[in-house]
Design a protein around this ligand. Structure first.
Ligand code: UDP
Length: 239
């Protein structure tokens, strides 16, 4: 950790959609390239970085279930989608010289290491970005919950929830002009007001483990670094 960084370990949660850019599906490589450069800046500050990426740009279990698929099978498809995104991020990071490991909650040894917490810690110590793929490995969970779980396991001091908006608002700022941004909000308020920050399982887990969530706009250049330096951008969920 350098003098500038407020945290020595962070867990970055990227939604699958963050990789989509302005596209409607899949991965936009210019966007992915932008994001990996943002991650690199933080790694260069000496911060240990774990990443969990979602799969919503490719497949969501709920979508499959809505089309009459078995929910559990559909969720496995969603988890596999996160593996695809994880490999894209790995490739992007390594192309710009950032060493990485992908660890997956569902074994596929030819592609990624299995998730082994102690090994993950060792990689982080060696300044490798560890990308945690396949969510929690369990259906009926989300990658937000996976992010909280892995973040807690690697002793991250904060979960950075990267989104397309610059924080948590009273209403959807794209639809409601009177929407106001919260600088800070409690876990219970997020739950009680039904704000779309993370699903309730993830929020409760952060609450129980006293791990703050910072919601910020990933598309703003330098934002991730600012958050890591403790600048007040985005919304902090804590207390
Ligand atoms: N998923 C799951 N268990 C997990 C994590 C994810 O079953 O622990 C499945 C679930 O179907 C989910 C999909 O993977 O819809 C993609 O993850 P998510 O929707 O969280 O992605 P994001 O919204 O962050 O892109």
């Amino acid at each position: 950790k350098t003098v500038q960084a407020k945290y020595d370990t962070i867990l970055l949660k990227l939604s699958g959609e963050a990789l989509m850019g302005d596209g409607e599906y899949g991965i936009d490589f210019n966007t992915a390239n932008f994001i990996v450069n943002e991650i690199k800046e933080v790694v260069e500050m000496g911060v240990r970085v774990g990443v969990v990426v979602g799969g919503g740009n490719i497949f969501r279990g709920i979508q499959g279930a809505a089309r009459n698929m078995d929910r559990v099978s559909a969720d496995y498809m969603g988890m596999l989608a996160t593996v695809i995104n994880s490999l894209a991020l790995q490739d992007g990071l390594e192309k710009i010289g950032v060493p990485t490991r992908v660890q997956t909650a569902i074994e596929m040894r030819q592609i990624a290491e299995p998730f082994i917490r102690r090994r993950a810690m060792r990689h982080l110590e060696k300044s490798r970005v560890v990308i945690f793929a396949a969510g929690t490995g369990n259906p009926y969970f989300t990658t937000d919950t996976a992010a909280t779980l892995r973040g807690t396991e690697i002793n991250a001091q904060v979960i950075l929830k990267a989104t397309k908006v610059d924080g948590v608002y009273t209403a959807d700022p794209k639809k409601d002009k009177n929407a106001v941004k919260f600088e800070k909000i409690s876990y219970l308020d997020v739950l009680n007001k039904g704000l779309q920050v993370m699903d309730s399982t993830a929020i409760s887990m952060c609450m129980d483990n006293k791990i703050p969530i910072i919601v910020f706009d990933i598309y703003g250049k330098g934002n991730m670094k600012k958050v890591v330096m403790g600048e007040k951008i985005g919304t902090v969920v804590e207390g």
